[in-house]
Write a protein that binds this ligand. Structure first.
Ligand SMILES: NC(=O)c1ccc[n+]([C@@H]2O[C@H](COP(=O)([O-])OP(=O)(O)OC[C@H]3O[C@@H](n4cnc5c(N)ncnc54)[C@H](O)[C@@H]3O)[C@@H](O)[C@H]2O)c1
Length: 285
């Protein structure tokens, strides 16, 4: 396994909301990044998001280097083989165990055998993802928060077989990206989503049952409990599909108190996934 100082190239699987954010913060910290998605249009969208985000941060004087210098460190690709030189890989693809296990089995084939493989999963078992590989001790959870360039924290999740040195490396890597970390054992939802998902689902249910308008539901929770976003706007921000996947995992593992709200399922079925599709509980430009 590489020590932190030996990591030069970071592989990122997925160029969506989280993948492009992780690629951006890694490049901003000076790492070369290979960001892969399954289709070129997803790669291009991810690169566009990174460019917009870097321009916004530059306008606020929050970058030490020019956006162009940072952007040049990121190579977008659809070729799995481009991870061959990666010293560390962070997976941020769909929240689906089969998809993640297939990706980890592929990563095992294309990366050196001592490369640490991290997953950004919100709720899925690190131990089960790791079991798709022969290097279970090198698999760890690196759970970034959304939006990655803005949020200060990263949750490090230890699987049943994760080596202590790998856990330490995960903390050190996240800190090198300017984040603070905390640690969770590999239990459904870890610290954050175990508590957040029932809160979001209850907000959706209460709105659906007519307790308040969506605006008052969010306003009440913001002003009443001092959180920056209410449950409906936060669900739109995370992605309703991601919330549903996470809630279904928690429901399956922890029982009925985690049952996803009916309206969440209906909106996902309708393809209204929140900000990323322009419509969720609210509408976006
Ligand atoms: N959205 C959030 O707020 C949030 C926060 C923390 C963690 N997460 C987790 O991060 C992961 C990604 O979530 P997201 O919001 O970025 O999803 P997203 O839908 O925005 O992006 C996922 C991307 O992965 C790509 N993909 C699918 N299969 C792939 C494969 N085999 N190889 C490469 N790319 C592939 C998709 O094409 C898509 O572009 C999920 O596991 C999610 O639970 C999400």
């Amino acid at each position: 396994m590489c020590g932190l100082s030996e990591i030069q190239t970071v592989g990122v699987v997925g160029a969506g909301t989280m993948g492009n954010g992780i690629a951006q913060v890694a490049a901003t910290a000076g790492y070369d990044v290979v960001m892969r998605d399954i289709e070129q249009r997803f790669v291009d969208n991810g690169l566009d998001s990174i460019e917009s985000s870097l321009s916004r941060l530059d306008a606020k004087d929050e970058l030490d280097e020019s956006p162009e210098t940072i952007r040049e460190r990121i190579a977008g690709t659809t070729a799995l083989g481009d991870f061959a030189d990666a010293d560390l890989v962070v997976e941020a693809a769909l929240e689906d165990m089969e998809v993640k296990q297939d990706i980890f089995a592929d990563l095992e084939d294309v990366t050196d055998s001592d490369v640490v493989l991290a997953t950004n999963t919100s709720t899925l078992s690190i131990t089960t993802i790791a079991s798709a590989t022969d290097r279970e001790e090198l698999v760890v959870g690196l759970h970034f928060m959304n939006p990655v360039p803005i949020m200060a924290g990263v949750e490090v999740v230890t699987g049943e077989k994760t080596d202590a040195a790998v856990t330490n490396l995960a903390h050190a890597f996240a800190e090198d990206l300017g984040k603070e970390t905390w640690e969770s054992d590999d239990k459904p939802g870890f610290v954050t989503n175990r508590v957040l998902m029932p809160w979001i689902n209850e907000g959706i249910r209460a709105y659906d049952e007519g307790v308040a308008s969506k605006e008052d539901m969010d306003k009440g929770m913001k002003l009443g409990t001092n959180v920056p976003m209410g449950p409906l706007e936060l669900a739109d921000h995370i992605g309703l599909d991601i919330c549903l996947d996470a809630s279904e995992t928690l429901h399956e593992e922890l029982g009925d108190r985690y049952k996803p709200a009916y309206l969440l399922k209906r909106k996902v079925a309708a393809g209204d996934l929140g900000k990323k599709t322009g419509k969720g509980f609210y509408e976006y430009e």
